[in-house]
Ligand binder design. Structure first.
Ligand SMILES: [Zn+2]
Length: 213
């Protein structure tokens, strides 16, 4: 459902641009609201959420989909953890659809989907691994890399139950906003993928903004 926000960027307590192919790892406290802004359109933000108190509790696509009875995420979706606790709620969405079943790109999946020569290409999983290696203070380990959300990514499920990667439905300036229901860590890989249309074959920056209320 398309819903806009009245929050003003000048009131945000944090604004940070994530360059194409780069990552962001930081905390969002309960009650704070996080906006992910697609600056140039057709970008994919591959995102993981963790409980800040215990990163073994993480975002769960299966719990989220089961509880809301819908495969896609948009306004009103409550993102749930592997312990079925509400982590965040989507409170505004000007894109209208976000994927949580397509998974993130990895060097392995790039070789299976595209070509053996693609193995050396930069992938979201690499960015996540770099993030947790460069920031051991958050206590996130390799085994905590789990289900993710692909914000702005269009991955429709076909009538036969398959998945297709389609042209993005996002556009410059579209955003999604989430209010945290517990203290969370957010780990975003701004997708560097060059082999499918998830980011228009052209990775571009996104911006994150955080408000205290
Ligand atoms: Zn990716």
């Amino acid at each position: 459902m398309l819903t806009s926000s009245s929050r003003q960027p000048e009131n945000a307590c944090l604004r940070q641009v994530i360059d194409a192919g780069d990552y962001y790892l930081g905390a969002v406290k309960a009650g704070q609201t996080l906006r992910i802004l697609d600056l140039e359109g057709n970008q994919a933000a591959d995102t993981l959420f963790y409980s800040a108190a215990d990163p073994a509790e993480h975002y769960s696509a299966t719990d989220t989909i089961r509880e809301q009875g819908n495969l896609y995420l948009t306004t009103g979706s409550v993102l749930r953890s592997n312990e079925n606790n509400p982590m965040l709620e989507i409170v505004a969405d000007t894109c209208g659809r976000h994927d949580t079943i397509g998974g993130a790109c990895a060097t392995e999946s790039n070789t299976v989907r595209y070509d053996l020569e693609k193995r050396c290409m930069h992938a979201c999983r690499d960015s996540w691994m770099l993030a947790i290696a460069e920031h051991p203070e958050f206590g996130i380990g390799k085994r905590d890399i789990s289900h993710n959300i692909n914000f702005f990514m269009n991955v429709p499920v076909t009538v036969s139950g398959g998945l297709t990667f389609e042209d993005g439905i996002s556009a410059p300036g579209k955003y999604v906003e989430l209010t945290a229901k517990m203290d969370v860590l957010v780990l975003i890989s701004n997708c560097p993928q060059l082999n499918n249309p998830c980011n228009g074959y052209n990775p571009t920056p996104v911006e994150i903004l955080v408000w205290d209320n």
